[in-house]
Design a binder for this molecule. Sequence first.
Ligand SMILES: N[C@@H](Cc1ccccc1)C(=O)O
Length: 517
Amino acid sequence: MRLPDAQVAVLRAASATDAKTVEQLAAETDRKPETVTRAAFDLRDDGLVAVDERTESTATLTDEGREYAAAALPEVRLYRAAVDAGAADEPVSMGEVIGAAGLSGAEVDIALSNYARKGYGDIDSGALTADPDADPDADAEAAALDALADGASEGGDGGDGDAGDASDADVDDDTLDQLERRGLVDRDERTVRAVTLTDDGVTAMMEGVETSETVDRLTPEMLTSGEWADAEFAEYNVEADAPAVEGGRVHVLRQAAERVKDVLVGMGFREMDGPHADAEFWINDCLFMPQDHPARTHWDQFALDVPPVRDLPEDLLDRVEDAHRDGVGDDGDGYHSPWAESVAREVDLRGHTTSLSMRYLSGQQVGELEEPQRYFSVEKVYRNDTLDATHLLEFFQIEGWVMAEELSVRDLMGTFTEFYEQFGITDVRFKPHYNPYTEPSFELFGRHPETDELIEIGNSGLFREEVLTPLGVDCDVMAWGLALERLAMLTTGAEDIRDLHGTLADVEFLRNAEVTY
Ligand SMILES: N[C@@H](Cc1ccccc1)C(=O)O
């Protein structure tokens, strides 16, 4: 008989009289347990071996369990001290007995509650009696602890060497349940498979088995050469234990970004696109951010040491400079602080994607826009922040704006309510805020599902005249920048933004996290 290599090895190592576990066979044949398991199942399907499966449970003493095994259970110590103090005859002060038993701290409560549970005696208004018929030597929990502790001293036979490791075969289940509830043992279950040769297996061995080359896949070469006709194909065994394979997967943040895009497109928005490194003009000046604003320093934004941007729309540049110097409208007023075109032409990594909104609203990107319009982007921004649980140096912003006649704060709030509802976030909070470019402005907060804390999830407002007039927009525009990572923290339950991306990302978390909405 010809059989695949691993099956031949298992067949040779197996015995008809002596059941061998997969682990034993793996050691004897120098193969992995999962290879042996698979071979054993294949042999069983051919009737050559029998595979006996049973679940083996092990009980391991916890640290506390080990302490009590060495020093006796607190309630037993309490009982013995009570009997010594004469509590079998008349009530004795509880404090005295506790002291005599040498119990302190958490042990006191443990001793008292189990004392009562086990009927060692009564506890009544500070006094203790002991039942003379109780027998702590017959205490099943104490006996089980001793048995498990002894198991440990007999150990060292190639097991994992954990002290207190023992088969629980001789301890009854109720006692083990009780000890587990008390936190004195940990229990574990695993499947043990044992293999024995069947009569057919013995016959096959006597007739002789040889290794055959098995083929696990059909190749074009085998088809053209005709070799397939004689090949022996390995069978699939879907029950075999196999190593876990971690397949590729879309990153949770990317999943969240795609979902955000779908939702916004569904709400009638179109997508914006534009440069990551851009002129300060689009990033800051158009937004009526004075050139000496602290957010414009290198403390906050990354400046690039590259030649200045040459092609900025000249007339817009003039109108923006006017707004900065003199304000907009009859009673408008400027900043009375220095403004230089050279600064506007410098290149920075964008600290927000509101630079894209400026490009689109100005007509620069897709031509003049007639209201109503809705645009969004889900793009990366860069800030010179300090890394912590809620801040990264680069993150994704969900930028968006709506251009229409007569917009109000109600429209803004309604849009966010509708948007976040799609992600199962129904209690968005708003807090009045200040931005140089919007009035009124609001920060948005959402409740973290794990910590229950309110975390900031975005910033928003209605663009002010000083922004819209130079851009040539004469209706209302409401706008926002929301943090994708913060949204992902709410939908995945991640408590630290650094678990989501960056060098410290938690791969295990990323593999298993479910993005819920
Ligand atoms: N640019 C703001 C977000 C925002 C955009 C548009 C209007 C109002 C606020 C930020 O990064 O926080």
